[in-house]
Design a protein around this ligand. Sequence first.
Ligand code: ATP
Ligand code: MG
Length: 150
Amino acid sequence: MKKVITSNNKLDTINLGKSLGSILSIGDVVTLTGDLGAGKTTLVSGVAKSLKIKDTIQSPTFNILKCYFDGKIPLYHIDAYRLEEVNKDIGLEEYIEGNGVAFIEWPIFIKELLNIPHLEIEIKNKGNDKREIILKSNDKHYVEIIRRLK
Ligand SMILES: Nc1ncnc2c1ncn2[C@@H]1O[C@H](COP(=O)(O)OP(=O)(O)OP(=O)(O)O)[C@@H](O)[C@H]1O
Ligand SMILES: [Mg+2]
């Protein structure tokens, strides 16, 4: 299943994140791909809003993992970019399919951990504020989530 959603501005992307956050449940895994500044973190900030997380969501690039525990369910925001050339065995599997929802930027660098059902989101910059947001999964649970998203 694949769905393409057009975002015309930052708020559209935040709102999509909000809808997604209201549908996700504990253990869900979402990967985010797209160029620098595509809007990956912006989408996660919408998810955080719907989970009633008050902390500001920032790109975890220098942290690899950021955990937010002050919402309805834990949110784990992983940025695997810095794991490109190092030992990836740092225990991230505890957070992926763990006791919260996991969002993973640069999933390509930890693909050995992602041999599990998950929702793939790709964000393409179409110029100015326009983005094409592509949601994909073959897994029944995530196909249902994609169906429910507007
Ligand atoms: N339609 C849109 N959706 C999301 N962000 C948008 C949109 N239009 C413009 N923007 C701007 O694009 C930027 C997206 O930044 P964001 O940090 O979310 O990107 P990112 O994909 O996480 O980048 P990085 O790879 O650097 O972490 C923000 O400055 C935001 O205001
Ligand atoms: Mg980011």
